[in-house]
Design a protein around this ligand. Sequence first.
Ligand SMILES: NC(=O)c1ccc[n+]([C@@H]2O[C@H](COP(=O)([O-])OP(=O)(O)OC[C@H]3O[C@@H](n4cnc5c(N)ncnc54)[C@H](OP(=O)(O)O)[C@@H]3O)[C@@H](O)[C@H]2O)c1
Length: 380
Amino acid sequence: MAAAVLVCRPACVLPRISSSCSPVVLSAIPVTVQQRTVHHAVIPRGKGGRSSSSGVAATVFGATGFLGRYVVNRLGRMGSQIVIPHRCDQYDLMYLRPMGDLGQVIFMEWDAKNKDSIRKALAHSNVVINLVGREWETKNYPFEDTYVSIPQQIAIATREAGITKLIHISHLNADIRSPSKYLRNKAVGETVVRDEFPDAIIMKPAEMFGREDRFFNHFANMRWFGKAVPLISMGKKTVKQPVHVVDVAKAIINAIKDPDANGKTYALVGPNRYLLHDLVEYVYAVAHRPFVPYPIPRPLYHLVARFFAMNPFEPWTTPDKVDRFHTTDMKYPGLPGLEDLGIIPASIEQKAIEVLRRHRRFRFLEAELADTKPAKTVNY
Ligand SMILES: NC(=O)c1ccc[n+]([C@@H]2O[C@H](COP(=O)([O-])OP(=O)(O)OC[C@H]3O[C@@H](n4cnc5c(N)ncnc54)[C@H](OP(=O)(O)O)[C@@H]3O)[C@@H](O)[C@H]2O)c1
């Protein structure tokens, strides 16, 4: 944070008397020169609630997305100042404004390809969080830009601004050998961020579930296409370990508070592993809908997904998404996880109902969750 020199005067007196008083009287008024190294917004004070100051001034890139709203909410409720760079209309993100105290949530337009705009967005922050992501490529933003160039520019700008906390969100299955281009670029992104900012905190969440997710909702919505769910090898060769979005948001907040988190990579997963088949079966059981899976060969699934991918707005699926969802979640026994950040991960049995109630028919809207058998877990 740039040093600011504050000149403190008895402000209510000075303007009134300055015009009428002689220079002798004026020179007798005490003028104090203070050296301040931090902005007043980042001096912690208060009891830790929304109207106190946590000492955190965070720029959250990608705050308008699924994970973003949970991160902003958690930052706001502990009394942080939050800068939200956005590219959409301001009215489209008004739901974020009440998440922080008056004047603490600051919106500014940014252009991810403009380095100055990145610098401006983080100039007054002491924490930078990068949540930028997109499930599909566009003409303007291929995965190389979204997951490599933009994170690299954010890391460079963060380092140059002298900020010590950078949190970068990658993916659990980021791997340079992955069939998914998204995951290959995520792996490269991790490397460039680490190179540019060795102390960055890299978080690798598994597929996240939550009210606005594109995982449980995606499978539940498949019933619109012929009331049956296509799964490669019936989903019996893919193991998934989904994590609740709120746990990931909490992990980000706890990593901000933990001075030992710098430079670490975290693998964020849920408490249980499931076969994709059993997971989707559970989704349909909670939604009180019949589950009719059928096996589909990968090339045929890709062909169908390519048709959906032609949608210029928000493609419902893409060949890349098919590959990503049918990739078994990696295990990282050597990496710290949610527990190391003091979080007990929530299971799908506890939280899936929040996502899936809206997929129930009216008759089952209030049906007890206890009626549904928990999903079978696996330990490989
Ligand atoms: N969702 C998951 O299950 C999951 C799992 C593992 C890792 N992740 C990673 O976690 C991060 C957050 O995920 P999410 O689900 O919250 O993503 P999301 O809902 O797709 O939101 C992505 C955010 O990035 C912004 N963004 C994307 N491309 C941009 C660009 N070219 N310029 C400026 N802003 C851009 C979006 O802004 P607009 O609103 O303007 O488009 C949005 O705010 C991503 O990096 C994602 O890859 C997600």
